[in-house]
Write a protein that binds this ligand. Structure first.
Ligand code: AMP
Ligand code: GLY
Length: 427
């Protein structure tokens, strides 16, 4: 089987890395990929938002399965494009259709869906410019902190959590007047949920599902959860508070009703569901749905799946997830993301990276924002640059191994968090 993975980050590196271990896979292509993915398979440097170019690539390279890494092509309808094309309709594709992708693409859609199918989530009120006055009044009836969410995709920046009512009311007005472009033409005001977050991942064929290893993401830039929000600075899997009892609650209250709901809405969903959950005193609530895997969670999660990922995805595409063998590792993984100095604000690109040839063989190194320069050197090309994942019998052991290698990787301005997993060690 030839597989094309769409995307260029650490998540796509990890998917390609895991797929490359399968006997079922002849060749992996990654579009556009990064400096690391090219040694797992072959990079195809194309613009993945142009579906006609993706089609050409699929036909040229005899691709049997397309794995869509990021959300944007899904929200833009790449699955529908494939299903409606005579030459592509039999290609296996991992990801939901355009309608299903709205679970991530529109917060209001996701909230309506959860309300309709009784899925636990924070209560909310949706505001557009036509009911701004109601929105301002609604805020006044709520207790702080106030949670404002741009309805559409806003590159992970569309959620504001604000302590003062006056500021929240001002922000609501600014969002509706285009603070996040058309993404905030509609705003969801949500009740604040107090608890600990966890990312859970489900692979579904629309009927059956497997629950993949969960992970805790570290979103803030600074140690001790301080500073600006980022795409994610590290991850730990498994998560100690995700007990059998908690998973059962998630399965019965969230996963099963979600899949029933998708079926009821006639949504074609063969792909990953990422549940961003808040654990509120042992009870799970959905903070957000994503229609893709998480980054950097995937860099850890993939290393904890013992089964053949290509076989899992093949079964998923064929609606046979109930027939697969699915095993996970008992190890703990710790993933540390190395980022460019200045990220998540402005940062320099093109910094030469050294130290990769001095690493132990204990860690899995997922390239995220890297590319090769004219001299064939690996240089930085993004905010999140490279992720180091190590396994251990516990968090302490995995942390020790991961940080040993993290410290060997050098580039000008390198930054990372030193405390990944520390908060979970004494739970
Ligand atoms: P989202 O983009 O929906 O994941 O939101 C970004 C972050 O905002 C989440 O990871 C949470 O940390 C936080 N957040 C979102 N919604 C809520 C909520 N209702 N209560 C508390 N925190 C929230
Ligand atoms: N790490 C969070 C995300 O991928 O959205």
């Amino acid at each position: 089987m030839n597989i094309l993975v769409l995307g260029s980050g650490g998540r796509e590196y990890a998917l390609a890395w895991k797929l490359s271990q399968s006997q079922l896979v002849s060749k992996i292509y990654i579009a556009p990929g990064n400096a690391g993915t090219n040694s797992i398979g072959e990079n195809v440097v194309i613009n993945i938002s142009d579906f006609n170019v993706v089609k050409e690539t699929v036909l040229n390279y005899n691709i049997d399965m397309l794995v869509v890494g990021p959300e944007q092509p899904l929200v833009d309808g790449i699955v529908d494009f494939f299903k409606n094309d005579e030459q592509l309709k039999n290609i296996k594709i991992i990801g939901p259709d355009k309608n299903g992708a709205q679970l991530e693409g529109s917060k209001a859609f996701a909230k309506n869906f959860m309300e309709k199918y009784n899925i636990p989530t924070a209560s909310c009120f949706t505001v557009t410019s036509s009911n701004l006055a109601d929105g301002l009044n609604y805020l006044a009836t709520q207790r702080p902190p106030f949670v404002l969410k741009a309805d559409g995709l806003a590159a992970g920046k569309g959620v504001l959590i604000i302590d003062s009512l006056e500021e929240a009311q001002n922000e609501l007005k600014e969002m509706l007047s285009g603070k996040f472009g058309s993404a905030s033409a509609k705003v969801v005001i949500e009740t604040f949920l107090k608890g600990i977050e966890v990312s859970m991942f489900v692979l579904t064929d629309g009927e059956h599902y497997v629950i993949l290893p969960e992970a805790k993401d570290y979103k803030r830039i600074g140690d001790g959860d301080t500073g600006l929000n980022t795409g994610g600075m590290g991850a730990v899997s498994p998560v100690p508070f995700v007990t059998k009892d908690f998973v059962e609650k998630v399965e019965n209250r969230i996963i099963k009703p979600t899949i029933e709901g998708l079926k009821n809405e006639k949504i074609d969903y063969k792909g990953f569901i990422f549940l961003g959950l808040m654990n509120v005193e042992g009870e799970p609530f959905v903070i957000e749905y994503n229609v893709r895997m998480g980054d950097p969670e995937t860099e850890g999660v993939m290393t904890r799946i013992d089964s053949d990922l290509a076989a899992l995805l093949d079964a998923c595409a064929q609606g046979k997830l109930d027939e697969v063998d699915y095993q996970t590792s008992k190890n703990t993984s710790v993933t540390v993301m190395l980022v460019s100095g200045g990220y998540p604000e402005d940062y320099k690109k093109g910094m030469v990276m050294t130290g990769l040839d001095e690493l132990s063989y204990d860690c899995i190194i997922a390239h995220a924002g890297t590319k090769l320069n004219d001299k064939g050197e690996i240089v930085t090309s993004g905010g999140r640059v490279i992720a180091v994942t190590a396994h251990g019998h516990n968090i302490e052991e995995a942390r020790e191994k991961a940080y040993r290698d993290v410290e060997k990787i050098k580039f000008e301005g390198v930054n990372y968090r030193h405390d990944i997993g520390l908060d979970l060690m004494n739970l």
